[in-house]
Design a protein around this ligand. Structure first.
Ligand SMILES: Cc1cc2nc3c(=O)[nH]c(=O)nc-3n(C[C@H](O)[C@H](O)[C@H](O)COP(=O)(O)OP(=O)(O)OC[C@H]3O[C@@H](n4cnc5c(N)ncnc54)[C@H](O)[C@@H]3O)c2cc1C
Length: 471
């Protein structure tokens, strides 16, 4: 990565006296905040530590005829969703998928579909569907609650691979109260959708016309810890300098009137950014209690498909890969060279991902192929995955330098912690998926937090109404 900051669009930001809002982080939350603010506030500048936009929205191309998503891939829910509103407005299409579609029990080498679920699978789904009836104070884990409700070891393993893995952690780290809040706040419906194009298109559309500086890592943020009611966004001239300033890794200073911080929770926890004055104790407490774990995506590329055409995904109790899915796009773009190639993705989160990250890559690949051979092998072709295997790509999210994990999960944080994380302090505002008080972790949740932070800025400084109708 080069060291010099670069401007992706719009050239060098203008520091005129008409108000500047700086946004730290060019992921979904940061870009959405910028989008909401840009027509109301004269100068909106997004600074991004890495060399690209999108944050956790990342893809790799050149493996199969379409881009493979390394971060988010699925749209969770189609109702009341700012994301789906955008998708519809842009005329993009989605396809609905069944989740989970199949179960493969690696201990007994048996499988079942979602229509012929075993009693154990059914009981696990009922437990999560009826989570509001489960008792559990702050600090109570889902694993304890399942054990208390009489779940067998097998049921707990099914829940680990179906639910905990999806939430990005393990059952012993998931807290009952946050899981209940998530259930109550989830208004998006249960559809599981895939977009008809790579999610980079979403990032490109969000970033259009926004002034973003890449390779610009915020290291220190100076801000005003209190703001008088009715204060103008523009720092009074009598103060001589702007009320906020952000210093980057090279000591460059960006002066502004308000700052929205959208960096991942890990970045705040690791103290990458120092704040002056220091953040309030209550917020620091919330930062330490909310939890984010990690994920590994194992992409395996094959010369041809060896799974049935109707196969889409499977949760795999006792499997090396807890969840796998075939990537499918209706209209693959590009190149003759890649024509016919297909990919299977293994998704591993939480402690399993941490253990996997310690393994040599060739061992990850051989264990993954062995699982697929067992799942799809037949008398005619015993090792179909190994035979068709061409290459792999492993994405370990804990190694992503400015993200260092996957996403926050319903953890054992105290009630109100997410609100404390989100709460503004004077001219300093917060957004990003972990600040969502209801749901985590999803793309529309991250977008909503960016939108809310932008709205808070406009309200705090009473800047010409808000701009939220514009989506
Ligand atoms: C493996 C994986 C799978 C997922 N699957 C799904 C899915 O299927 N569906 C779904 O809806 N969601 C999914 N998610 C969650 C979704 O991706 C996130 O909720 C969302 O993208 C978070 O956006 P954000 O803006 O809050 O954070 P980010 O995207 O992390 O943006 C924060 C930005 O801040 C930057 N930054 C960090 N430090 C600094 C600094 N000091 N200075 C400047 N910039 C800095 C980072 O580089 C980053 O670009 C998945 C996430 C992962 C990782």
């Amino acid at each position: 990565m080069g060291s010099k900051a670069e401007s992706v669009s719009g050239g060098v930001p203008r520091f005129d006296p008409e108000g500047t809002v700086a946004i730290v982080g060019a992921g979904l939350a940061g870009l959405q905040a910028a989008r909401v603010l840009k027509d109301v506030v004269r100068n909106v500048v997004v600074v991004e530590a890495s060399d690209c936009l999108g944050g956790r929205v990342k893809q790799v191309s050149g493996l199969v005829p379409w881009s493979l998503q390394l971060g988010p891939e699925f749209i969770h829910g189609s109702e009341n969703s700012v994301l789906m509103k955008m998708v519809d407005n842009w005329g993009w299409k989605t396809r609905e998928l069944e989740w989970p579609d199949k179960y493969y029990f690696a201990d007994t080498k048996t499988s079942c579909s979602s229509e012929d679920e075993t009693k154990e699978v059914e009981r696990v789904h009922h437990f999560f569907e009826d989570i509001l009836k489960v008792e559990g104070e702050d600090g109570a884990s889902v694993k304890d609650a399942m054990a208390k409700a009489g779940a067998s070891r097998k049921e707990i393993e099914i829940a680990e691979v179906c639910y905990a893995n999806d939430f990005g952690t393990s059952l012993d780290k998931m807290g009952i109260p946050e899981l209940k809040r998530e259930k109550l706040s989830w208004t998006y419906g249960e559809k599981y959708l895939i977009l008809d194009r790579p999610l980079s298109c979403l990032i490109n559309n969000l970033a259009a016309g926004i002034d973003v500086r890449i390779k610009w890592q915020a290291k220190r943020i100076e801000y005003a810890s209190s703001i008088d009611k009715g204060t103008s966004l523009v720092t009074p001239r009598s103060k001589g300098i702007k009320r906020c300033s952000i210093v980057n890794q090279q000591g460059e200073r960006l002066q502004c009137d308000a700052v929205i911080v959208t960096v991942p929770l890990t970045i705040l926890q690791d103290g990458d950014i120092t704040f002056s004055p220091p953040l309030p104790l209550a917020k620091r407490g919330a930062i330490s209690r909310i939890a984010m774990s990690t994920a590994v995506k194992v992409v395996l590329v094959f010369a041809s498909r060896f799974w049935p055409e109707s196969f889409w995904d499977a949760c795999c109790p006792y499997g090396f890969l807890p969840e796998i899915w075939a990537t499918k796009y209706d209209s693959p773009r590009s190149s003759d060279e890649l024509a016919g190639r297909v990919a299977m993705v293994g998704f591993v989160c939480g402690d399993r991902a941490k253990r996997m990250a310690e393994m040599p890559e060739d061992e990850i690949v051989s264990s993954s192929l062995a699982q697929l051979d067992e799942m799809f092998g037949s008398r005619v072709e015993e090792r179909p995955a190994s035979s068709a295997f061409l290459s792999y790509y492993i994405k370990n999210w804990s190694e992503e330098p400015f993200i260092r994990g996957a996403y926050s999960y319903p953890c054992k944080a105290k009630e109100g912690d997410r609100g404390l994380l989100r709460k503004s302090v004077g001219s300093l505002f917060f957004a990003g998926e972990a600040t969502h008080e209801g749901v985590n972790p999803c793309m529309q949740g991250a977008l909503e937090t960016g939108q809310l932070a932008a709205q808070d800025v406009l309200k705090t400084f009473q800047v010409g109404g808000n701009n939220l109708g514009k989506l």
